[in-house]
Design a protein around this ligand. Structure first.
Ligand SMILES: [Zn+2]
Length: 220
């Protein structure tokens, strides 16, 4: 009996994890064929031994890299805590590592996100903010939009007094191709509510991030 329940649970979990079929979404074998085409385009033979399993592996990697399309980021902010004992200062989570992919070249964007918010009455578990970053990162992105999306989501679901989001990242479409400039970090920010309207609150956030020191250490 317990075994049946267990199996049922596992089946339910798997069903939830399956991506919702999207209209016009190609089949797995279509996607694998596309990888084969790219291998041929690169100049190699997809049928040689070392490459035979590559299309299937690449498609599985795509499922992981782009898992964010199957998740609703707002879900992570729904569970909040209201017992904050009158805490009314900035909550800051910094150095949330993320891996994303640029929508212009499909090249990795590797970076860190820093999120600050000034709670109104509710706070959210910090791991949820990290998960929120991942949902947006695991999609084809440009850094500017990703920054705005993270801030916008926190603002609309949590309704804090203000949100500040800073992203710093390196873009491999710039380091491994094109201008080939390594060591370049792109920094984007989105300030909403009191972080936008009150310079001293914004300053407090940036000081807590210690941007000057950080930028210095990245340059070294
Ligand atoms: Zn790019």
């Amino acid at each position: 009996m317990s075994k049946i329940i267990k199996l049922h649970r596992r089946a339910t979990k798997r069903a939830v994890a399956l991506p919702t079929p999207k209209p016009n979404r190609p089949s797995r074998s279509d996607a694998e064929d596309a990888v084969r085409t790219l291998i041929r385009w690169a100049g190699d033979d997809p049928d040689r031994e070392g490459l035979r399993g590559t299309p299937a592996r690449a498609v599985r990697a795509y499922e992981e890299w782009f898992a964010g399309y199957d998740e609703d980021p707002r879900d992570y902010l729904k569970r909040t805590f209201e017992e904050v004992a009158g805490y009314d200062e900035i909550v800051l989570l910094r150095d949330i590592r993320f891996e994303s992919y640029c929508e212009h070249h499909l090249a990795p964007i590797i970076g860190r996100a820093h999120i600050g918010y000034l709670p109104h009455t509710r706070v959210v578990g910090i791991s949820k903010l990290a998960r929120l970053v991942d949902v947006y990162a695991k999609r084809l992105q440009i850094q500017e939009r990703m920054t705005a999306e993270i801030a916008g989501c926190i603002n609309s679901v949590l309704k804090p007094l203000g949100v500040a989001v800073v992203l710093e990242a390196t873009h491999q479409c710039m380091t491994t191709r094109g201008v080939h400039k390594s060591g370049v970090t792109m920094v984007t920010s989105r300030m909403l509510g009191v972080f936008r309207s009150r310079p001293e609150t914004r300053q407090e956030f940036l000081a807590a991030l210690n941007m000057r020191e950080r930028i210095g250490s990245i340059a070294n």
